[in-house]
Design a binder for this molecule. Structure first.
Ligand code: SF4
Ligand code: SF4
Length: 187
């Protein structure tokens, strides 16, 4: 008796399976033959974070203001701030992003005022050794070279005429940078 029940149940399951197959036969396949085929990722995808460079000079746009460092919720960004003695301009001597803890929230891109950092549609970064997921400045710049971006519109503000004897104009980010350094000094 059990054998008959099992046979009927098996036959019924076969019919259910064939019905599902028949339903999907006329439909267009949604799978891709990866890696020969890939999805085109949407413009605002939050994939691998890269550093952007000036398309004309090839120089990094980052001026090491440290805003992204302060705002990253998981402390995934490390920037070694340096200053060019000739031009007196700040630049990142080192810039690292730890992709093992980055949560791809996009805050670093949002807070950066210099079009220097961006989340991309790139998503293939699996490795066998997790140490390789810590990207240094050279790597971040390299994978960001082909990333197109729209420069953020800077707000036009009327600057008051400097009073005589007032200190020189502060560069954007200097205040934050100093706060960061003073906090570091206290800790
Ligand atoms: S906020 Fe932008 S300019 Fe400032 S350190 Fe980060 S990436 Fe560089
Ligand atoms: S995407 Fe978010 S978590 Fe990742 S580096 Fe930027 S701010 Fe940090």
């Amino acid at each position: 008796m059990n054998a008959i029940k099992a046979t009927i149940k098996g036959f019924w399951n076969l019919l259910v399976g064939l019905q599902t197959t028949a339903k999907h036969l006329p439909r267009r396949a949604v799978t891709l033959q990866y890696p020969d085929e890939r999805w085109t990722m949407p413009e605002r995808s939050r994939g691998v974070v890269v550093l952007l460079s000036d398309p004309e000079t090839g120089e990094l746009n980052c001026n090491a203001c440290l805003v992204c460092v302060k705002q990253c919720p998981v402390n995934a960004i490390y920037v070694d701030q340096a200053k060019d003695p000739e031009t007196d301009k700040r630049y990142p001597a080192e810039f690292r992003i730890d992709n093992t803890i980055c949560c791809f929230c996009g805050i670093c891109e949002e807070v950066c005022n210099f079009d220097a950092i961006k989340l991309t549609g790139k998503y293939e970064f699996a490795v066998f050794n997790k140490e390789e997921l810590i990207y240094d400045k050279a790597r971040l710049q390299e994978i960001g070279r082909d990333v197109k971006y729209e420069p953020k519109k800077k707000k036009k503000t009327e600057k008051p005429a400097p009073k005589s004897g007032s200190p020189a104009e502060t560069e954007p980010g200097t205040e934050i940078s100093n706060r960061h350094n003073s906090e570091e000094a206290q800790s």
